[in-house]
Design a protein around this ligand. Structure first.
Ligand code: GRA
Ligand code: FAD
Length: 649
């Protein structure tokens, strides 16, 4: 083991294994996760060493090979696609596979929106992978505005069929994962027309390719949309349907019926699959940021640069500015971990309410999941970039491991709802609750009895170590933003603007308000989660320092907002800043141990900078030697170089 990391580990003040189990839920959960990972990582098909040396076609083909291995593994070990074990395997591949949309959206849409009869027919086929489907909603012309989708499903009473049609170029389905080359089925979002009237977006199961030879069926024009920033393994596709006929039974009809149209009790129930993925993304944001922090912290403990005192070249992690960049990322990863747990709990609760026929809870779930999806993906994307840059030049090499997850994760700000749009959706719910506080759910309880407090109860650095004091600060910031924005909206409508125009005119303030609310929620949930968890006192001390850093850093980062609220003054902001420095020092001794507790396997990180042993330089040299340009001492293209070198001006 490399000496610097050994020394770092020896001085940790808490037991790493205890934190590993705490973050995994229990010792058994840790064991199970590791067992699943070892099945995956010991399989050579999941290799990544030549990832940047193979063509897109080969990357896609590998994606399918990996899919086959993963499916075989699940069959051998009896792992169901809707199980926690599959979710863990899914994350551990650290790569989207071409069939993921089948598992995360196609099957869940049938399960959530199909009648019992439809589920009996389609689920066995889909779960046994006799058919492979995707979720085809977005079109070339519209992704966000679902009411604007143009694909039509027109009911033909005489044949009891729907005629599914893409009438224009902008109505082509565009982006669905696995659509281009992999899937032979899709759930298609289309405007339902029956008896000459349009009833809005509904979901239809459409077969796209032959089950015999995989050729597109008549009327189906389909393909891959081309290279992208990331998601190289996935054949995101386009699809044009030319009056394709499907049986009446292929409209998913658990909540709405066609022919003589019966509407669903809540028309947004059709959007349920998106909500479920938004919920999952909160936890994913934590994993990605934890992985990036692990690489950056381990590397920063190994990398020595410059001098603080003459003759002593410290690890860069000793520079306070480096700590100020990286420790908040660790804290954020843990905060999002607890937010992810919360989201899963509330999602399960709402699902059981829906099961009992109470559809009203989906509005609250949408409000919370849309906001947190945007907040956590936004923050973690920015955090990964901070970690990458904190690794200096080597952070820019593919050997760092950042690019693999960064390029894919960038998409999370857009897919499952573009983040600004999601914030605005969450804000819609927030402002409704502000106007009607009795409706406010627990997450917005401060709206029920809004108290504009006059003064923050902070006089010394010790005062900013108190959870309740910090939560109050975030609550007051949110309240101040929300109430001033609500006033603005009221003024705009008072002077004659209609509600929609006023909403657009005030939307920048609305965005600040919802971000402040999400931040408040994350801080509160983080601190409450820590209070409820059992842990040894050395671990509690460390976890408390990290949570306090999260909150104090958030105040410093948005000092303008907190000052503007009038609740805080400049002196108090200085106390917050002093506290941050104190916390950085406290966390420094445990930084490597904390990221060790995230417990990433080296085969997951695949990083020369972030491997457990800290053997950075040997790994970088090994990586360089593997460059395809180094296969020969003199590259074959020297023929051009020779001519340049030998030509006369
Ligand atoms: C932006 C909105 C929310 C707007 O919807 P709209 O019907 O056009 O507008 P509206 O009639 O004014 O509706 C607003 C109203 O609908 C409600 N609502 C909206 N969404 C939901 C929901 N999920 N659950 C429960 N309720 C929902 C809102 O609360 C609003 O209610 P309100 O009118 O205020 O009472 C919607 O269109 C939307 O969700 N757009 C984003 C599209 C999206 O997320 N696409 C994802 C495609 S799949 C994908 O990206 C997979 C990637 C996965 C991967 O590769 O890993
Ligand atoms: C990697 C990846 C995978 C995907 N997989 C799938 C899939 O499997 N199935 C599928 O159906 N789709 C998929 N999508 C599509 C994705 O869901 C959409 O791209 C996404 O919902 C955003 O819609 P848009 O592209 O229309 O963006 P637009 O809405 O056109 O956004 C452009 C800009 O307009 C702004 N804007 C739009 N509306 C508003 C508004 N009301 N108020 C303020 N600003 C607004 C946005 O903030 C943004 O800045 C995928 C996309 C990606 C990148």
């Amino acid at each position: 083991m490399d000496a610097p990391l050994l020394k770092e580990r020896e001085r940790a003040t808490f037991n790493v294994t205890e934190l590993i189990h705490l973050l995994n839920g229990s010792e058994e959960e840790t064991k199970r996760r590791k067992e699943l990972e070892s099945w995956l990582y010991n399989n050579p098909v999941f290799r990544q060493d030549d990832r940047y040396q193979i063509s897109r076609e080969e990357v896609y083909e590998r994606g399918l090979q990996k899919t086959r291995e993963l499916v075989n593994l699940c069959r051998r070990k009896n792992i169901k696609f809707d199980s926690l074990d599959f979710a863990r395997l899914n994350i551990s591949t650290l790569e989207e596979l071409p069939f993921f949309l089948h598992v995360i959206m196609f099957i869940p849409t049938i399960r959530g929106q199909g009648t019992e009869e439809q589920k009996r027919k389609w689920l066995p086929l889909a779960e046994d992978l006799k058919i492979l489907g995707t979720y085809a909603q977005t079109e070339l012309g519209h992704g966000t505005f679902l009411r604007g989708l143009e694909t039509k499903a027109t009911y033909d009473v005489s044949s009891r069929e729907f005629i599914v049609n893409s009438p224009t170029i902008t109505s082509m389905k565009w982006w669905p994962g696995g659509l281009g080359k992999t899937c032979n089925y899709a759930v298609i979002a289309a405007q339902l027309y029956t008896k000459g009237k349009c009833y809005g977006i509904h979901m239809f199961i459409v077969q796209l390719r032959s089950l015999e030879d995989h050729k597109p069926l008549p009327g189906v024009t389909i393909g891959d949309i081309g290279n992208k920033y990331g998601f190289h393994t996935v054949d995101n596709g386009f699809l044009r349907l030319d009056n394709v006929r499907i049986p009446y039974e292929n409209m998913l009809m658990r909540y709405a019926k066609a022919c003589d149209y019966i509407p669903p009790v809540n028309p947004k129930i059709n959007y349920g699959t998106m909500t479920s993925i938004r919920v999952d993304l909160v936890k994913d944001a934590s994993v990605i940021l934890a992985a990036a922090s692990t690489i950056a912290i381990r590397y920063s403990a190994v990398r020595h640069q410059t001098e603080i005192r003459p003759g002593e070249e410290p690890p860069v992690l000793d520079y306070i500015t480096q700590q100020f960049k990286l420790f908040p990322q660790i804290a954020t990863a843990i905060a999002f971990h607890f937010a992810g747990d919360y989201m899963h709990r509330i999602y399960d609760k709402v699902q059981s309410e829906i099961f009992d026929g109470h559809l009203s809870a989906i509005t609250e779930l949408h409000g919370i999941s849309a906001g947190l999806k945007a907040f956590t993906t936004d923050t973690s994307i920015a955090g990964v970039e901070i970690c990458r840059r904190a690794c200096g030049g080597h952070g820019y090499s593919n050997a760092s491991g950042f690019q693999r997850f960064y390029e894919n994760w960038l998409g999370s700000a857009t897919y499952e709802g573009e983040n600004t749009v999601m914030y605005l959706q969450a804000a819609r719910y927030l402002f409704k609750c502000y106007d009607n506080p009795k409706e406010a759910p627990e997450t917005m309880s401060y709206l029920r009895y809004p108290q504009n407090k006059m003064e923050w109860n902070v006089k010394s650095a010790d005062d900013v170590s108190n959870y309740a004091t910090l939560i109050t600060a975030f609550e007051q910031r949110a309240l101040s933003k929300i109430s001033s924005t609500a006033k603005k909206l009221k003024n705009l409508t008072h002077y004659g603007m209609n509600r929609n125009d006023a909403w657009n005119a005030a939307s920048v303030d609305i965005l600040h308000s919802i971000k402040a609310h999400c931040h408040y929620f994350i801080v509160k949930n983080y601190m409450q989660s820590l209070n409820h968890l059992k842990m040894s006192s050395p671990l509690r001390q460390v976890m408390t320092a990290v949570a306090l850093l999260y909150a104090n850093y958030g105040i410093d980062e948005h000092a303008g907002d907190f000052l503007e609220s009038g609740f805080m003054n400049g002196k108090q902001i200085n106390l917050v800043r002093a506290k941050i420095l104190q916390l950085l020092k406290e966390i420094r001794v445990n930084a490597v141990a904390i990221v060790d507790s995230f417990d990433f396997d080296d085969r997951f990180l695949r990083s020369a900078l972030g491997a457990y042993d800290g053997n950075v330089y040997n790994r970088l040299f090994k990586w360089a030697k593997l460059s395809p340009l180094n296969k020969t001492e003199v590259h074959s293209s020297y023929k051009y170089l020779r001519r340049i070198l030998q030509s006369k001006l």
